[in-house]
Design a protein around this ligand. Structure first.
Ligand SMILES: [Zn+2]
Ligand SMILES: [Zn+2]
Length: 145
C-alpha cells in the first residue's frame, strides 16, 4: 500500500491522517512480524522522536477500533499487532509466543444459534502448537507418519 492508500484508508475510517498515525500505519504495513506496542513505539520513535508513548498507544488503539490494525492477543504476553491488508489466519507458538500468518482460506460462517443477537463482522482462525523453530526435529515420527 502506498502513501495515498494509507491516507484513504484512514479517511474512510473517519480518522484524521496525522503524521503520527501515518507513521504508525506505514511502519506496521511494511513490518513482516507482529510487533508489540512497545516495539511499535520504539520503531516509530526512531523515525520521529516527537511522538510521546501516550500518543503512539492512543493512535494504535484508534486504529484497532477502526479495524485498520489487528490486535492478536497472546495469553500471558503483550498483544501483537499487524496492519497487513490481506485477510489471514494466525498461528501462535505455545513455547516462544511467536505469532505467524497463515494464508487465508474461507471458514464457514458459525451457526446463528452460536452467534445469537451478536453482529458478526468477520471471523478467523487461531492455530496453536509449536512453530518450526520450536518443533522437535523429528516430529513426523509422532504424527503417525
Ligand atoms: Zn516457537
Ligand atoms: Zn498477522
Amino acid at each position: 500500500m502506498d502513501a495515498a492508500a494509507i491516507r484513504r484508508s484512514l479517511e474512510r475510517s473517519r480518522l484524521r491522517c496525522t503524521p503520527q498515525r501515518y507513521a504508525l500505519m506505514a511502519f506496521l504495513m511494511q513490518c513482516n512480524r507482529h510487533p508489540t506496542a512497545a516495539e511499535i513505539y520504539e520503531a516509530v520513535n526512531r523515525l520521529d522522536p516527537r511522538s510521546s508513548r501516550a500518543t503512539v498507544y492512543n493512535n494504535l488503539r484508534d486504529l484497532v477500533r477502526a479495524g485498520l490494525v489487528r490486535e492478536v492477543a497472546v495469553e500471558g504476553r503483550a498483544a501483537q499487532f499487524d496492519a497487513k491488508g490481506m485477510r489471514h489466519h494466525h498461528f501462535i507458538c505455545d513455547r516462544c509466543g511467536n505469532v505467524e500468518d497463515i494464508a487465508w482460506y474461507d471458514v464457514p460462517r458459525p451457526a446463528s444459534r452460536a452467534i445469537g443477537k451478536r453482529v458478526l463482522r468477520e471471523w478467523e482462525l487461531i492455530f496453536r502448537g509449536l512453530c518450526m523453530k520450536c518443533a522437535p526435529r523429528r516430529a513426523s515420527r509422532f504424527n503417525g507418519a
